[in-house]
Design a protein around this ligand. Structure first.
Ligand code: PEP
Length: 259
C-alpha cells in the first residue's frame, strides 16, 4: 500500500452474537489487541449490540464501532428500520452499505445504496460501500463492468470534499463465506481498476486517499499476501472476525504491511 493510507480492518459480524456475546467478544478483542495502534480497527455487530459495544469501547480509542446497514431516511414510518442519526447517537462511526447479502436477499439497488451513502455522509458516518461480482459474472468476463456500475452508482452526487470519508470494499461474491479467496493478483487487478475510477471521479489526490478493502474469506493464513498489494488497504472480514485471536492476527498482518 502507498500514499499513506491507514490500513483498516473491519469485522462484519452479520447476524451473529447476542449483546452478551458481543460484550465478551469485544472485550476479548481489546485484550488481545493491547495497545497496538497504527491500524484502524472497526467492529460491526448487529444493531442490538451497538449500545453494548459503545459502552465497552467508550474508553478505547483503538477500536471503533460500525453498523451493518441503515435506512436512507432520517425518520418516519419505516417499520423495522434504523436511521443514521440513531447510529450516530450510539457513537457509531462506520456503516457497511450495499453488502452483497443486502443486494441479494433484500434486493437493494445501486440507487437505494447511493441514497444511503449520501445520508451516511450527511450524518458524518463513514460508509463502507461494498462492490463485487458474482461467479457467473467473473466467468463471463464482466467483473470490471459490474464493479464499475456498482461503484459509480453508489457514489452518485458524493461531493468531492466528503469523498475521502468513503471506504470501498471489493468483495467478490464467490469468495464470501466460501473459503475461496481471490489471489492477491486477482484482487489487486480489481483494486487498481477501482483506484483509476476513483481518481477519474474525484481527482487524483482524493482518489489516492480513499481506502479500498478486500473482503472474501480473508483469514490469517492468506492476509499477508493480499495486504502487501499496492491498492489493498485493509480487509472487511466476516467469519474470521468472530474469533478474537483470528481477528487480531489480521490487524497484526495489516500493521506489518504498513511498517
Ligand atoms: C463479508 O461478508 O463481508 C465477508 C468478507 O465474509 P467472509 O470473510 O466470511 O468471507
Amino acid at each position: 500500500m502507498s500514499n499513506n493510507r491507514k490500513y483498516l480492518i473491519a469485522g462484519n459480524w452479520k447476524m451473529n452474537k447476542t449483546s452478551a456475546d458481543a460484550e465478551e467478544l469485544i472485550k476479548a478483542i481489546l485484550l488481545e489487541l493491547g495497545d497496538k495502534n497504527g491500524v484502524s480497527v472497526v467492529v460491526c455487530p448487529p444493531y442490538t449490540s451497538l449500545e453494548t459495544g459503545a459502552k465497552v469501547l467508550a474508553e478505547s480509542s483503538n477500536v471503533q464501532l460500525g453498523a451493518q446497514n441503515m435506512h436512507a431516511k432520517a425518520s418516519g414510518a419505516y417499520t423495522g428500520e434504523i436511521s443514521a442519526a440513531m447510529l450516530r447517537q450510539l457513537y457509531v462511526n462506520f456503516v457497511i452499505l450495499g453488502h452483497s447479502e443486502r443486494r441479494e436477499y433484500f434486493s437493494e439497488s445501486d440507487e437505494e445504496i447511493n441514497e444511503k451513502v449520501l445520508a451516511a455522509l450527511e450524518s458524518n458516518l463513514k460508509p463502507i460501500l461494498c462492490v463485487g461480482e458474482k461467479l457467473e459474472e467473473r466467468e463471463s468476463g464482466d467483473t470490471l463492468k459490474v464493479v464499475e456500475t456498482q461503484l459509480l452508482g453508489g457514489l452518485v452526487n458524493v461531493p468531492e470534499d466528503k469523498a475521502d470519508q468513503v471506504v470501498i470494499a471489493y468483495e467478490p461474491v464467490w469468495a464470501i463465506g466460501t473459503g475461496k479467496t481471490a489471489t492477491p493478483e486477482m484482487a489487486q487487478e480489481v483494486h487498481a481498476a477501482i483506484r483509476v475510477l476513483l481518481r477519474d471521479r474525484f481527482g487524483k489526490a482524493t482518489g489516492d486517499k480513499i481506502r479500498i478493502l478486500y473482503g472474501g474469506s480473508m483469514k490469517p493464513e492468506n492476509a499477508d499476501g493480499l495486504l502487501a498489494k499496492e491498492d489493498i488497504d485493509g480487509g472487511l472480514i466476516g467469519g474470521a472476525s468472530l474469533d478474537a485471536k483470528s481477528f487480531v492476527k489480521l490487524v497484526e498482518s495489516a500493521a506489518k504491511a504498513s511498517a
